[in-house]
Design a protein around this ligand. Structure first.
Ligand code: SF4
Length: 426
C-alpha cells in the first residue's frame, strides 16, 4: 500500500512540495554506465548482478558487437547464493581474467546491483582487495547502481562520489582553479572550455575526466560548478574536502547558460564588462534560435513525471524562455540547496512533487491532460494509447542539451512530438 502524500510548506525559494512515497517507475542507477563508459574510455564497469541487470544494460546501450565493450555483468548464479566465500572467489577470478585480456583498462568499477545487495556481497571490501592486487596498473573502485538504492541518474552521482577520495591534493600554495562536475558530451565540454578561457578562468578541470586516472588535483583554492542537478553525494564529498560550490542556474537555455558562466566569472573576480562581452554573442544566438520554437511551445502545458532529476531546471527553461506552462514538476529527489535559484524562477501555481506514487501521479496526468508529459519509457506507451503526447526522459539525458549552442536542440526535443501530434490531428 502507498504511503500518503504530504505537502511541505511553500517558501520564498519556490512552490510547496508534494512529497510522495509509493510505487516508483524509474530506471535504476545502472543506466548511468551508458554515458559514463563513453566519457572515461579507459575505465571498465563490471556490474555484479543478475541476467536482468545484463539485459537492462544491453537494451539501454544497444550492444556494440564489433567494439570491445567497456562494461559487462558478472552474473551471480544460484550457486553463488549458497556462500559468500564462493562469490568473492568467483569475482576475483572474473576480474583477473578480464584484466589479463584487457590491458587497456586503468580503472575498474565494481558496480553493485539489487542481487549483490541482497546477498550482502561487500563490494567495498572486494574493491580494496582487488585494488591491492592490481595496482599500480588498475585501480578498482566500487559504487552501487542498484534499484533498491538508486534511481536512474543517481548512478552517476554514486560513481563520481567514489572518485572524489582518489583526487590528489593540490600542491601547497596552488592558486584558484575551477572544477566542472558532471558528465558532459565532449563537444559541449570543448565549447565550455573556450568560453571559460575567454572569461579568463583557468585552470579548468572536469570530473569525470576523459582519462579515468587523470583525476584533477583539488585544494582550498578549488571551486566547483555543478553541470548536472543530480550530483548531491558528489557535491557533499567535494565539500567535505573543503571545496566551495558556486551557486548558479544550470546551463540549459540562453539564460541558464549565461547565469552559469556569469556565476563562475564572478567567483573568479572577472571584470563584469568582459563577462558581458564574452557571453553576449552566445546568449543572443541562443535566444534567436529559440524564437522559432516559441510558436510551437508557448502556452502549451507540460507535466513532468519524476525520472532524471533534470525536471526542475528544464521546467524553468521551458517556462521562462519558451512560455510553456508546467502543471506539475515531479522529481525523484529535490535537492533544495542546489536548486534554490531554479526554484525561485518557477512560475506561480506549479505543483512540485518529490518521490513517486505512480498511480496517484498518473491520475493527476489524466485529470489535467497536459499537451506533453515527460516520463520514463515504461509509462510512455500506455499514455500515448490514451491519446496523450509524451517525451522520453531518457532522451534528455542522452542528448547534448547543455549550453548556448544546444539550446535550440533542447527546445526541439519538446517541439517535435507536439508538431507531430498537430500534424496527425489535421
Ligand atoms: S540493479 Fe536491480 S533494478 Fe537494476 S537491473 Fe539489476 S535487478 Fe533490475
Amino acid at each position: 500500500m502507498s504511503a500518503p502524500a504530504s505537502l511541505g510548506a511553500a517558501s520564498k525559494a519556490g512552490p510547496a512540495v508534494l512529497r510522495e512515497r509509493g510505487q516508483r517507475e524509474v530506471f535504476c542507477g545502472l543506466t548511468g554506465i551508458i554515458w559514463l563508459h563513453r566519457r572515461m574510455q579507459d575505465a571498465f564497469f563490471l556490474v555484479v548482478g543478475s541476467r536482468t541487470c545484463a539485459h537492462l544494460l544491453q537494451s539501454a546501450a544497444g550492444v556494440m558487437i564489433f567494439a570491445e565493450p567497456r562494461f559487462g555483468t558478472a552474473i551471480i548464479e544460484e550457486r553463488d547464493l549458497a556462500g559468500l566465500a564462493d562469490a568473492n572467489a568467483e569475482l576475483d577470478r572474473v576480474v583477473a581474467r578480464l584484466l589479463e585480456r584487457r590491458p587497456d583498462i586503468r580503472t575498474l568499477f565494481l558496480v553493485g546491483s539489487c542481487p549483490s545487495e541482497v546477498i550482502k556481497l561487500d563490494l567495498a571490501r572486494a574493491a580494496a582487495r582487488l585494488s591491492e592486487r592490481h595496482m599500480p596498473h588498475v585501480r578498482v573502485l566500487n559504487y552501487s547502481g542498484s534499484g533498491i538504492e538508486t534511481t536512474f541518474t543517481e548512478g552517476e552521482d554514486a560513481c563520481l562520489a567514489a572518485l572524489v577520495p582518489e583526487m590528489p591534493d593540490a600542491p601547497a600554495g596552488a592558486g584558484p582553479s575551477l572544477l566542472v562536475v558532471g558528465t558532459l558530451p565532449d563537444i559541449v565540454e570543448d565549447q565550455f572550455r573556450r568560453l571559460f578561457a575567454a572569461l579568463g578562468i583557468a585552470p579548468v578541470h572536469a570530473l569525470p575526466p576523459r582519462r579515468s586516472r587523470a583525476l584533477p588535483p583539488v585544494g582550498p583554492g578549488t571551486r566547483f560548478l555543478l553541470a548536472q542537478p543530480f550530483l548531491n553525494e558528489t557535491a557533499r564529498a567535494l565539500e567535505d574536502r573543503g571545496l566551495e560550490r558556486i551557486d548558479a542556474l544550470f546551463p540549459f537555455g540562453a539564460e541558464g547558460t549565461a547565469d552559469w558562466f556569469a556565476a563562475a566569472a564572478e567567483a573568479f573576480g572577472a571584470d563584469p564588462m568582459r563577462v558581458r562581452a564574452v557571453l553576449a554573442p552566445g546568449r543572443e544566438r541562443a535566444a534567436r534560435a529559440l524564437e522559432r520554437h516559441r510558436a510551437t511551445l508557448a502556452g502549451r502545458t507540460i507535466f513532468f513525471l519524476p525520472d532524471s532529476q533534470l525536471e526542475v531546471p528544464l521546467a524553468r527553461f521551458l517556462a521562462s524562455e519558451l512560455g510553456m506552462v508546467p502543471i506539475e514538476i515531479g522529481t525523484p529527489w529535490l535537492h533544495q540547496r542546489h536548486l534554490a535559484r531554479e526554484l525561485g524562477r518557477l512560475p506561480a501555481g506549479v505543483t512540485l512533487s518529490e518521490g513517486q506514487d505512480v498511480d496517484r501521479q498518473l491520475d493527476r496526468v489524466r485529470v489535467h491532460r497536459p499537451d506533453i508529459t515527460v516520463c520514463g519509457l515504461g509509462l510512455a506507451n500506455p499514455l500515448e494509447a490514451e491519446g496523450l503526447t509524451t517525451k522520453w526522459a531518457i532522451e534528455l539525458v542522452f542528448s547534448p542539451i547543455h549550453g548556448f549552442e544546444q539550446a535550440a536542440d533542447l527546445a526541439e526535443l519538446f517541439a517535435r512530438p507536439l508538431r507531430r501530434r498537430d500534424l496527425l490531428r489535421v
